[in-house]
Unconditional design. Structure first.
Length: 576
């Protein structure tokens, strides 16, 4: 692993009152103006800038006035679940009289508004279908709905294909011709913007006065927006940081859904100290567990329920599913490691640049997590496959910087017509399906495509650091300032520092976590540090070296109401 220093823009106009380290961190993330640090809702772009917003609002306004039955079709991940819960809650607050939803079971119907899902939806006789976090590629499904006389409103954020479905309205910042500047909205962000635009239209048309309705404060739903945005790992540009920051404020004040509070409770996180990382690593996996192993309806109902006791029971069931998911993942990861060892032996200790792994026993709901784990371990694009039928396999792909995975799959499909049954996704994550017999062809084609875009240096793994800290800066004051300076996440990474430390004491916790007492060479103070899930090589190094070079984050450790600074170790290597 190479540790490289981030380059910071020195030509910035950030307030002199900021801690010097924080100024350096912001500048390294291209924050050069204090206005980029303003995270109030008033700094959001106006919803009307989204293409298709006018038509979408007209559809919804008509549906409300005519008391039409509205059916939400959601995706089966955390973004889809939060999008669905937000749409149902918001439309009910805005006066919808007949709101329903359906979420596809990934094992039976696959992703999106498929013809099969339209058939299921049609049983409930909706007059309007709204897709959330899906639909931009659902050409056949939209056609089937229209044939049945059901109007379709698509809200999505995924990249479109060559053709768009013939929906009655489409709201997607990434559709052709859209000039909305914030292209990184998650699905839940898109539906939130649509609800804002609908409320403004209803206000102007006198809807609330006419119906005797209290105009809702949709900011009360920002807890869902924050959760879905972080869970979907979309880049935290200025718009998304506003949405997440405002959601976190409300969660910390416990002005959020009973379901989210229950998920925090079972995850052992205090709402008052919640961070974006807690949403991503503690809440989202428990919510996602339902969609991965059974049915995401349980997760959606948890977010929709206002009874704390009922919500807690649902959250506890989601926690049980997440434990089951972790056990499945652990077994799959061991099997994947064995496959990697076999590949290294057969290829003279070298792995393909683009890696494809398959085991017929792997759980298709967990392959995305496994692909991410293996990608992080071997520092190259990875596709992990599971069996979905006698002759078909489904893959989940994860990429590294330098390779747009969806474009790579598109190039493979162009060069090898008929090889992929279907594919879609983002720059860093995608899904695909193909015949099992064609896996050897795909392995060769994917590896060849990756080699066109990535050189060997890009496959070595790089950890970007915000530089060294002086002993005086390794403090509770800076740790708390950094915690409050986010939200941190994809595209706006939490600060990581590096430096050489003397090891003064160490012990192993639960045979997996390394607890260290460290001293900076230029100071006398001892610092507590911890490395979670330590690999054998790093453990051996720490046990046998007097000094090590660390990459670490500053963290606030809370124990029995005592707060102290702690180093969270990301990487250990020999001291130079």
């Amino acid at each position: 692993m190479n540790i490289l220093q981030r380059s910071a823009d020195t030509a910035h106009a950030l307030p002199a009152t900021l801690h010097p380290v924080l100024r350096r961190i912001y500048a390294a993330r291209q924050v050069t103006d204090a206005r980029q640090l303003e995270l109030k809702l008033e700094h959001l772009h106006p919803p009307a800038a989204l293409k298709g917003m006018g038509r979408a609002v007209a559809l919804l306004s008509e549906a409300l006035r005519d008391q039409q039955r509205i059916l939400i079709v959601a995706d089966f991940d955390a973004d889809g679940a939060t999008s669905c819960a937000l749409a149902v809650r918001a439309l009910r607050l805005l006066g919808a009289s007949d709101m329903r939803y359906v979420v596809p079971n990934r094992f039976e119907y696959g992703y999106g508004l498929t013809p099969e899902i339209v058939a299921v939806a049609a049983e409930q006789q909706p007059q309007l279908i709204i897709t959330v976090d899906n639909g931009i590629s659902s050409i056949e499904g939209v056609a089937c709905a229209r044939e049945r006389g059901i109007r379709v409103l698509i809200t999505d954020h995924h990249l479109p294909g060559v053709s768009l479905p013939a929906a009655d309205a489409i709201v997607n910042p990434n559709q052709p011709g859209d000039v909305f500047p914030a292209k990184n909205l998650a699905g839940v962000g898109v539906i939130f913007y649509l609800m804002l635009a609908l409320r403004a239209h209803l206000r102007e048309s006198g809807w609330f006065a006419e119906r005797g309705l209290r105009e809702p404060n949709l900011a009360h739903l920002l807890d869902l927006v924050a959760l879905g945005t972080v869970a979907d790992v979309v880049p935290l540009d200025h718009t998304n940081r506003i949405l997440v920051a405002q959601g976190l404020v409300r969660i910390r004040e416990r002005r959020c859904s009973a379901g989210l509070l229950a998920l925090l409770q079972v995850a052992g996180r205090a709402a008052e100290r919640i961070s974006a990382a807690d949403l991503g690593f503690a809440v989202a996996p428990r919510l996602n567990a339902a969609g991965r192993l059974t049915d995401m309806s349980l997760g959606i109902e948890c977010l929709l329920n206002d009874d704390p006791d009922v919500a807690l029971a649902m959250a506890q069931r989601l926690d049980e599913l997440n434990r089951e998911r972790r056990a499945i993942e652990t077994q799959m990861q061991a099997q994947a490691e064995a496959l990697l060892d076999d590949l290294r032996l057969s290829e003279n200790n070298a792995l393909p640049c683009g890696l494809c792994l398959f085991n017929p026993d792997w759980h298709q709901g967990v392959i995305g997590i496994l692909a991410g784990r293996i990608k992080d371990r071997v520092h190259r694009p990875v596709i992990v496959f599971a069996l979905t039928g006698e002759s078909e396999i489904k893959g989940s792909a994860r990429s590294i910087p330098g390779l747009h995975i969806l474009d790579a799959l598109g190039a493979v499909a162009t060069r090898h017509p008929g090889l992929l049954s279907k594919f879609g996704g983002h720059a860093m994550a995608a899904g695909l399906s193909l015949r099992r017999a064609d896996l050897p062809r795909l392995r060769a084609a994917f590896d060849a495509e990756v080699r066109l875009h990535l050189d060997p240096a890009q496959l070595q793994g790089t950890l970007l650091s915000d530089g060294a800290l002086a002993p005086a800066d390794i403090s509770l004051e800076l740790a708390e300032a950094l915690r409050d300076a986010g939200p941190w996440g994809q595209g706006f990474p939490e600060p990581v520092f590096d430096g050489v430390f003397e090891i003064r004491n160490q012990r192993l916790l639960n045979d997996r976590h390394l607890k260290l007492s460290l001293k900076h060479p230029d100071g006398a103070q001892l610092f507590d540090a911890i490395a979670f899930n330590v690999e054998e090589q790093a453990l051996s190094l720490a046990q046998n070296a007097a000094c090590v070079r660390l990459a670490y984050k500053l963290d606030v450790n809370v124990y029995q109401d005592r707060r102290s600074v702690q180093l969270l170790i990301e990487h250990i290597q020999p001291a130079p």
